[in-house]
Structures are given as structure tokens and as C-alpha cells.
Design a protein around this ligand. Structure first.
Ligand code: ADP
Length: 345
């Protein structure tokens, strides 16, 4: 089993793995030792053995040299850090967090948790943030990649990269694999990247890896895109990225919530009315609002002497310089896409 799970490990990585597992075993007997004792008592020594669990722990700590490009993260985004996306949050809680935290409950009830989710919506609305938050709240590891990193013109290299990605995720399970820019897995003419054969191979390899993921195996794939209408429909078939979650622009209460989150560490003057700022930022995304907050802070800094608190006047100045990324036309287009995606599903 160890030989199978150490895909991508070279000899030196295996040596490091064995060493880490041994350290883990020693760590377990440490509390049983008395300080100042020069030798380990025989009865404690008897219990010293490297177990399967020690190897499982060690697998998470040893970074195999051939997989240096697959970065395993432990994100620190909490659900409270995400504003105005209650429905998306609820679906990810039910779909990812609960099955990862309590797979037995799902098994007993005979429910199959989804293996894949597709977050779609305008850029800067919090798709990456949501994926990080659900990984943290599920106490899972997080591996982020984007389609352009998976597309290589060198024959076979994309497949290897994807195989490493999924192998690493299984080694550090529970794990969320986040794939951004999924729409670029569609052939784009003359760009060099995304040549038809390459993208087709990449899509097929991802699909094969996903089909190979057992349910309840605690590896979940979350894809994200700003252009869901361009996505290869094969990616959205049942058992793949079949849970579609729209992440749209926030409404006024959502914007107020996001502004509150983003100004948590900012000293605000009493006259700052975040509800009023929210009312005047229609179609602003979370990323746009972050920009407003940053500009307001900069306006305070630019005063001579620099203001110690950010006032409503600073927010007024920031608002005068800011625009929503999403236009009314874009919003209408997304609405059409949402209703079409719901029909197709
Ligand atoms: P996307 O992946 O949808 O393009 P991101 O999640 O990368 O967007 O958002 C970019 C930044 O904008 C985040 O790091 C965060 O600071 C801010 N942001 C976006 N949406 C939200 C939100 N709903 N709540 C709080 N902050 C947000």
C-alpha cells in the first residue's frame, strides 16, 4: 500500500518518509518518559513501533521532490471572512464540509457525496475565497492550480502534471483540489497554448482522474470560471463537476457585510456609514469593494499630516475614483447563463 501511495517519490523522498514516520512514533512515546532519565524504560521501549498512522502523518509532511510544483496549502480563510454568499456557502457546507467531516454518516444513509463542484460567475466575486474557506472549515488540505498551468505543449507533460496533482491530493487527503480558469481548457485558435489536441488530452486526463476518485475518499475537485458558457460540457456530466454553484455580484446587504469584513482592521471615524457606501456601489464585486476600501485608506494617508482615522470624506473620494467591473450588460448575460445552466441541469 505504501508503495502505491508514494507515487512520485524518489529514493531520497522514501528515506525522508521513513525518518518522519519514525520521528512520529517517538513523538508518541514522549509523554510517557520522565524528565532527567538517561535511558528509555524497557516497558516504554516495548511499545515503540512505527504504525500505519505514523506513515499517514509523515506522508503529509514530506514533500516529494518530483512534486515540488504541487503546493499543498492550509488556507486560513474562515466562513466569516466571506460576505454575501449565503446560498453558495450553504451548498458547499453540505456538499464538501459535512461529508469530509463525517463520511460514516453519509455511508450509513447511503448518500453519495459529490466529487466535483463548478463555481461560476464574474471575476472577483469570491470563488477562490469560498474554495479556501470550505477547505479550512472541513479541516482539509488545499491544492490550487489553474488550467494554463496544466496546458503544456510537450507531449505527455500535461498528463504527468495532472497525475501528480491527483496523486498528491490522495496522499494528503482530505484535500480540496481547486482548478481556476476552467474555461481555458477550450481550444483557442492561434494562441499556442490551448491547442486542440493538448486541451482534449488535458480534459480527458482530468475526467479519468475524477472517474477514478472513489466517493468518500475525501478528495473533492472545485473548478472555477468566469465564462461557464465556454466550458467543455463533458466536464459537467454526472460524477464530475456536476454541482453548479453561481457566485454572483452581492446585493446591498451583502456589500455592507463585505465592507464590514474588509474594514475590520481599519480605524474608522464615527461618520463612516458603510450602509451608505453599500447603497452606492451597485454591481461592485468583493474585489471592487476591496479596492474602494484601499483607496479610502490611501486618501487618509495622503493628508498632511496623515489622518489617524478614515472618514466618510475619504470614502467619498474613493467612490469618485471607482467603477464596478461588471456592467449592466454583463449582469444580464450572466442571468441568462444561470437560467440556461439550470435548465440544462
Ligand atoms: P474570484 O475567485 O471569484 O475571481 P476571489 O475570491 O479571488 O475572486 O476574490 C478576490 C478578493 O476580493 C478576495 O481575496 C477578497 O479579498 C475579495 N472578495 C471577493 N469576494 C468577496 C466576498 N464575497 N467576501 C469578502 N471578500 C471578497
Amino acid at each position: 500500500e505504501l508503495a502505491r501511495t508514494t507515487f512520485g517519490f524518489v529514493g531520497a523522498d522514501i528515506a525522508a518518509l521513513a525518518r518522519e514516520a519514525a520521528i512520529e512514533a517517538v513523538r508518541r512515546i514522549m509523554p510517557k518518559l520522565n524528565l532527567g532519565e538517561k535511558t528509555i524504560p524497557a516497558e516504554v521501549l516495548e511499545t515503540l513501533a512505527v504504525t500505519r498512522e505514523d506513515f499517514v502523518e509523515a506522508l503529509k509532511r514530506v514533500q516529494p521532490s518530483a512534486m515540488r510544483e504541487v503546493m499543498v496549502q492550509k488556507p486560513n480563510v474562515k466562513w466569516e471572512d466571506v460576505g454575501g454568499l449565503d446560498e453558495a456557502q450553504m451548498r458547499l457546507k453540505e456538499g464538501v464540509e459535512l461529508p469530509m467531516r463525517d463520511p460514516d454518516a453519509f455511508r450509513r444513509l447511503g448518500i453519495r457525496p459529490a466529487k466535483g463542484f463548478l463555481l461560476y460567475g464574474p471575476p472577483g466575486t469570491g470563488k477562490t475565497l469560498l474554495a479556501k474557506a470550505v477547505a479550512r472549515e472541513a479541516e482539509a488540505n488545499f491544492i490550487a492550480t489553474k488550467s494554463s498551468d496544466l496546458l503544456s505543449k510537450w507531449y505527455g507533460e500535461s498528463e504527468q502534471q495532472i497525475a501528480r496533482l491527483f496523486a498528491r491530493a490522495r496522499q494528503v487527503a482530505p484535500c480540496v483540489i481547486f482548478i481556476d480558469e476552467l474555461d481555458s481548457l477550450v481550444p483557442a485558435r492561434g494562441s499556442g497554448m490551448g491547442e486542440p489536441q493538448v486541451t482534449e488530452r488535458v480534459v480527458n486526463t482530468i475526467l479519468a482522474e475524477m472517474d477514478g476518485l472513489e466517493e468518500l475518499q475525501s478528495v473533492v475537485v472545485i473548478g472555477a470560471t468566469n465564462r461557464p458558457n465556454l466550458i467543455d460540457p463533458a466536464l459537467m456530466r454526472p460524477g464530475r463537476l456536476d454541482e453548479l454553484i453561481y457566485v454572483g455580484v452581492p446585493d446591498a446587504p451583502g456589500r455592507e457585510r463585505i465592507l464590514k469584513i474588509q474594514t475590520q482592521k481599519m480605524p474608522l471615524a464615527e461618520d463612516v456609514d458603510l450602509a451608505a457606501v453599500a447603497a452606492r456601489t451597485e454591481r461592485f464585486t468583493g474585489a471592487d469593494l476591496e479596492d474602494v476600501t484601499r483607496r479610502a485608506g490611501l486618501a487618509a494617508l495622503r493628508e498632511r499630516p496623515p489622518a489617524s482615522r478614515v472618514t466618510m470624506a475619504h470614502f467619498e473620494a474613493a467612490l469618485a475614483d471607482s467603477r464596478a467591473t461588471v456592467t449592466p450588460e454583463m449582469e444580464r448575460e450572466y442571468e441568462q447563463i444561470v437560467s440556461k445552466m439550470k435548465q440544462d441541469a
